[in-house]
Design a protein around this ligand. Structure first.
Ligand code: ATP
Ligand code: MG
Length: 595
């Protein structure tokens, strides 16, 4: 227990103490004897030399006393005792509640001892729009959960110099009125967690929302936790494969990296993220999908896709749909991060998707404006950068001493008309280690996934790419850049020389090769085979629009006729000239048979 929280340590090391003011609210005043007992109790508890007792008449305290010392409340009324008993009964497991009630009452009466019932209470000044302003609870900390009389929880968000505190509410505010009581819980928001959370869908406070049973929590992970320091980390050196050829080949992602997925609405952002989860099947990576302010139907669609592919077994979904209070949407990514952290600190590799952080920033803006904080650029509060940096910094690859786990983050950001220089996109681009830019023009022209090769980058993933992939991909990125340039150029002239025509055909073929249906991840072997064949111009003889189907046939050919070679790539992950020669020889057989 923190020293501040211990009322027994009040006033230590202070020479002259003013008398401790103890207010007794009651209908029937205490007798002299009772007053002496209360005085003695308070003297001991607060180590006070003198106690001043003030008696206030309070008709609502029918029987007994309700005692206040500053914000601290000792509810010794009959009603308070009943409340205590109710809490004990409610804390019993549901199924055992009924058979235990009688024995509990019996025990309670037999072993009756007076519990001081100490708690700090505050009072609501105003409530509305999901925000409550309270007085009292001076010692409540930022981020602490407080509990209102009606059972609704809130979180301390704004500690003001005038002694009032702004609380964001996690439920309906209609039952909270001026004068309602609020008590501290001395806990920051967190997720009760155990390994049994895998396969489940929870809300940002950790409550299952999939109709399944209890999670059987073993540990409690706070939603806010400082990011690991430099010495607690190790460099990113292992790939996290997305199964998407255009990403794994040119913008590889490493375990522990943060790669942004950015693009306009309906450009396949969620699909890239979900495909990455699907591709982790059998790779011992725990995935967390955080849905922030999405339609419940969109979340259900994602969960359905994951279930059908058998990917829910290693995935946790944290959902705060658009119908939730802004406060819940605001804490959702931190809650998801806590879930991933639990597995990371237990030595597991994890992947977390934040879908999406633009909506998260909007939820935070709503809260800040309601808390009357000064609006800044685009009406976001000044600390919106810190909102996302403290979240994304928690992604890491931990040192061996800490178990070597990792958290790879794929935050998603939606742009308006491709504007990456807006406030939130620029902020997040500067925090992450690269971005996959999805282009709506490419998407609508049928080039899907619509990865814009010119605007995408991965700053640390190169170090994590496997040797065989690095060699196979060679200069594809450069070739594509040249192709784009030439394409623009060739629109003006009709007669092109042979070399240019060839280059254009090769580039167009590469673009066709990079087309990939969603929910059909490619393995490392698939990708290596396609890249080697393309770079050695084997697809030059194929008609452009036939390339996607020929590509499938080629991979099928390798899987059935050259399975040992196919497995060798996956297994060894190392490059050799011999491997390339073997692949080319096998592929030539395929193209010969086709013609
Ligand atoms: P929103 O902005 O609404 O969140 P989004 O950018 O997340 O959209 P998705 O929901 O992933 O986009 O995809 C939009 C549509 O495009 C979906 O119907 C999806 O099935 C389709 N789609 C996505 N990727 C591909 C792909 N590689 N091939 C074919 N269709 C795709
Ligand atoms: Mg989406």
């Amino acid at each position: 227990m923190n020293e501040k929280e211990n009322p027994a340590s009040f006033g230590e090391d202070t020479a002259v103490e003013p008398a401790l003011k103890v207010e007794i609210r009651c209908l029937v005043p205490p007798t002299k004897e009772q007053q002496e007992k209360i005085r003695d109790f308070m003297k001991k508890r607060y180590r006070a030399d003198a106690v001043e007792i003030v008696i206030t008449k309070e008709p609502s305290v029918v029987d007994g006393f309700n005692i206040f010392v500053g914000d601290d409340n000792y509810d010794w009324s009959t009603l308070g005792r009943i409340r205590q008993l109710r809490k004990t009964i409610q804390a019993l497991p549901k199924e055992r509640r009924f058979d235990r009630i009688i024995s509990l009452l019996r025990e309670d009466i037999r072993d009756f001892t007076l519990n001081p019932g100490y708690q700090q209470v505050g009072e609501v000044l105003t409530a509305g729009d999901g925000i409550a302003v309270i007085t009292g609870l001076r010692e409540a900390e930022y981020g602490e959960i407080v509990l209102f009389d009606c059972g609704i929880k809130g979180m301390v968000q704004d500690i003001r110099s005038d002694g009032t505190t702004g609380i964001v509410l996690f439920g309906d505010d209609t039952e909270i009125t001026e004068g309602s009581r609020v008590v501290r819980t001395r806990r920051t928001a967190g997720i009760p967690i155990s390994n049994r959370i895998l396969g489940r869908m929870i809300d940002p406070l950790g409550k299952p929302i999939d109709g399944g049973g209890d999670i059987g929590a073993k540990e409690y992970y706070p939603i806010e936790r400082p990011a690991p320091g430099i010495l607690q980390r190790k460099p990113v050196s292992e790939p996290l494969e997305t199964g998407i050829l255009s990403i794994d080949s040119m913008f590889p992602i490493g375990r522990g990296q943060r790669e942004l997925i950015i693009g306009d609405r309906q450009t396949g952002k969620t699909s890239v993220a979900v495909d990455t989860i699907l591709n982790q099947k059998g790779k011992d990576v725990v995935c967390v999908y955080v849905a922030i302010s999405q339609k419940a139907s969109s979340v259900a669609k994602v969960v359905n896709t994951l279930q059908k592919a058998g990917a829910m077994d290693y995935t946790v979904v944290v959902s705060s749909p658009a119908s939730d209070a802004a406060s819940l949407q605001y804490i959702a990514p931190y809650a998801g991060c806590a879930v991933a952290e639990y597995f990371m600190y237990h030595g597991r590799d994890t992947l977390i998707i934040y879908d999406d952080l633009s909506k998260h920033a909007v939820a935070y803006r709503t809260i800040s404006l309601l808390l009357e904080r000064a609006p800044g650029r685009e009406a976001y509060p000044g600390d919106v950068f810190y909102l996302h940096s403290r979240l994304l910094e928690r992604s890491a690859r931990l040192s061996d001493a800490l178990g070597g786990g990792s958290m790879t983050a794929l935050p998603i950001v939606e742009t308006q008309e491709g504007d990456v220089s807006a406030y939130i996109p620029t902020n997040i681009i500067s925090i992450t280690d690269g971005q996959i830019f999805l282009d709506s023009e490419l998407f609508h022209s049928g080039q899907r996934p619509a990865v814009n090769v010119g605007l995408s980058v991965s700053r640390v993933g190169g170090a994590a790419q496997t040797g065989v992939m690095k060699k196979s991909v060679g200069s594809v990125r450069l070739d594509l850049a040249q192709y784009r340039e030439m394409q623009v150029f060739s629109q003006f002239g009709s007669d092109l020389d042979e070399q240019t025509t060839k280059q254009l055909k090769y580039g167009a073929g590469l673009m066709q090769l990079l087309k990939q249906q969603n929910q059909s991840p490619l393995s490392l072997s698939d990708q290596v085979i396609l890249l080697i064949c393309a770079r050695n111009r084997l697809f030059m003889t194929v008609e452009e629009k036939r390339i996607p189907s020929v590509k499938q046939e080629l991979l099928e050919w390798f899987k059935t006729r050259h399975s040992s070679l196919y497995l060798r790539i996956e297994h060894e992950k190392a490059w050799s000239e011999k491997l390339q020669a073997d692949i080319l020889e096998a592929a030539e057989g395929f193209f010969k048979e086709r013609s």
